[in-house]
Write a protein of this length. Structure first.
Length: 614
């Protein structure tokens, strides 16, 4: 994996391909390449490094005017980071070129078979076998159409794939196929674009067709057709994109992560828009097909997610159990499918994924449905696999998030989960007045986030003092524990500094052995009822020489006397929104730490925005 782009039309393909790859950079990658079909030749340029370096090579050495081609940004899975392992890959003899996202699990078996047929391999990747497999089937049955050749080839393949292929014998056609790795077709006038992400096509068209698993498409300048091996030609649905290309531009900000942190008042407001009842005492979700009787009958909720989304779900667990009194389980999606977890009959499952394409979360979705449970989705991506595969769900409406380390998508998930807590609570035991208080707090949230963002300069100053430390512990209680986990994850993701999170009271049960004068402990101490307990824990780490940064929301003088640094956020906030406000300083701290340490803030090493391989 990670990003696929393809063009067939009347324009010069290389310009569109390079532009598309630039817009896919946010997904994370280590090398890039494009192939143009021109005058019967597959002309290729690849490089290790950034797309800008590829663009420079194209300008200097690659003046081709072909109108069909494919491109790829690679995030290494098989084989090291090198030009020979970069995509596109070619069949032995050079008749076909392919780009591929995903993993071919039985590639060694296929490779052995093709080696016996005198095919040679030039890379260390699993993807290269696809190009030779296509060539093998073409030579075996040369009169078959390109899409049928691809279909026959994929009958031998086990694993996941988003594939785009071009061939010398098919000068005006790109064939694509999908299994658990996103692909779409952008529809133009006399041209069509294929991509793994809408960001790559939004400049050229607002009309897209999303491929489903098992579908194969033949794409030409003026038309396309979609088939499956078991249904033949299938009818497709055209979707209209609801965001603009300006969403991918930095404006006055230095980094996308910085821009997206400061967009959170807007993204949170968008997550809430139109979702409050007319009487102002509850929330409503048009995508949740649940009657009041069904809400009242729910005995348990199960949330499945990965990474940042998992932390959001843990916060949701605390809020839903507190207010709706429904037991909640939160599972790593990657673990759920492999363990035989007993579920109650009246369990409602939610899967949460910003991209809607996270392969582990999709696998959890399928496992839950296989066992007969209704599954709802929470995702930021309209038309994504999760959006189409669930029984209902909620869009985050956070807008495009370019930075690999999630910020505004996380807080929009927190907002929706807080609103869900109110939705279920009002459907069961919460009274009207309590519901109105909760709604008022939610409506105040964008303004409170705006005020919290004014702490930016102070937090940068704190980061300057601690940017050379290498050990950070994040500590919080109750709903602030998953916020601590998110703070530690942000620091790890973009600064490569070791950060760990623990429930505050658990520190003395082992982790306190890590504490020394080289440690920085960050306490999320925004629950007034737990202030004295937290202060005792602060004294424990201070006694061992650690530096203490505390995020607090009251005026008590005990903080000044015990902490090295205090970040004071708005006080008196409803518990339903307190976690959302508390994470903002942690995002800003990680961001400034990364800048001060000269890290690549938006594209941290080894990470991809959408994880579509196991």
């Amino acid at each position: 994996m990670c990003g696929i782009i393809g063009y067939v039309g009347q324009k010069q393909a290389e310009t569109i391909l390079v532009d598309g790859l630039k817009r896919l950079e946010y997904r994370g990658y280590d090398s890039a390449g494009i192939t143009i079909l021109e005058d019967g030749n597959l002309c290729t340029v690849k490089c290790v490094g950034k797309v800008n370096e590829l663009a420079q090579k194209v300008r200097n050495d690659f003046p081709h005017s072909g109108t069909i081609g494919i491109g790829h940004t690679r995030w290494a899975t098989h084989g090291n980071v090198s030009e020979k392992n970069a995509h596109p890959h070619f069949s032995d003899g050079g008749n076909f070129a392919i780009v591929h996202n995903g993993i071919i699990e039985n590639y060694l078996h296929i490779k052995a078979f093709l080696t016996e047929k005198q095919y040679h391999f030039y890379s260390e990747t699993d993807s290269e076998v696809l190009a030779n497999l296509i060539d093998y089937h073409h030579k075996k049955e040369p009169f078959l159409s390109f899409s049928v050749i691809l279909q026959k080839s994929l009958l031998h393949v086990e694993g996941t794939y988003g594939i785009a292929a071009i061939g010398k014998m098919f000068p005006d056609e790109i064939v694509v196929a999908r299994k658990s790795s996103p692909l779409l077709i952008g529809l133009g006038d006399g041209e069509n674009i294929i991509a793994s992400d809408v960001s790559a096509v939004a400049r050229y068209t607002k009309r897209v067709v999303y491929l489903n698993d098992g579908e194969i498409a033949s794409v030409r300048p003026d038309n396309f057709s979609v088939t499956t091996s078991y249904e033949g030609t299938v009818n497709t649905v055209c979707h209209e994109l609801d965001w603009e290309i300006r969403d991918t531009e930095l404006g006055d900000y230095t980094h996308y992560m910085q821009k997206e942190i400061f967009e959170q008042p807007i993204s949170i407001e968008n997550a809430m828009r139109g979702r409050f009842t007319e009487d102002g005492s509850s929330t409503k979700f048009g995508g949740l097909p649940l009657s009041p009787q069904e809400v009242h009958a729910i005995e348990r909720l199960l949330f499945c997610a990965c990474g940042t989304a998992y932390h959001a779900c843990l916060v949701g667990k605390y809020l839903i159990e507190k207010y709706a009194r429904i037991p909640v389980d939160v599972e790593y999606a990657s673990e759920f499918r492999y363990r035989n977890a007993p579920l109650q009959s009246n369990t409602l499952v939610f899967v949460v994924s910003q991209s809607g394409e996270t392969i582990d979360t999709l696998a959890a979705l399928e496992e839950a449905r296989r066992k007969g449970y209704p599954v709802m989705g929470i995702t930021n991506t309209v038309g994504s696999t999760i959006a189409r595969a669930t029984d209902g769900g909620i869009y985050q409406h956070a807008g495009l998030e370019v930075g690999v380390a999630s910020t505004k998508a996380f807080t929009s998930q927190l907002t929706i989960l807080s609103m869900l807590a109110l939705f279920f609570a009002r459907g069961r035991d919460m009274d009207d007045f309590a519901g109105q208080q909760y709604v008022h707090a939610l409506k105040s949230l964008p303004g409170t986030i705006n005020e919290t963002l004014k702490l930016d300069a102070q937090i940068r100053s704190i980061a300057e003092q601690y940017c050379n430390y290498e050990r950070f512990l994040f500590l919080g209680r109750q709903a602030m524990y998953p916020i601590a986990m998110e703070g530690a994850l942000k620091l790890k993701e973009i600064t490569y500094v070791h950060g760990e999170a623990f429930p505050t009271a658990e520190m003395k049960h082992g982790p306190i052995a890590l504490i020394s004068d080289q440690s920085v402990c960050i306490f999320i101490a925004t629950q007034r009822e737990l202030a004295e307990k937290t202060m005792s824990n602060i004294q424990e780490v201070k006694a061992r020489g650690a530096k203490v940064i505390a995020i607090v929301n009251d005026e008590s003088p005990i903080w000044e006397s015990s902490c090295d640094e205090i970040i004071r956020i708005a006080g008196g906030c409803h518990p339903g929104i307190n976690p959302i406000i508390s994470v903002i300083p942690l995002q800003l701290f990680a961001y400034h730490m990364a800048v001060l340490r000269n890290c690549d803030v938006d594209r941290p090493r080894n990470l991809a925005k959408s994880v579509t391989v196991e």
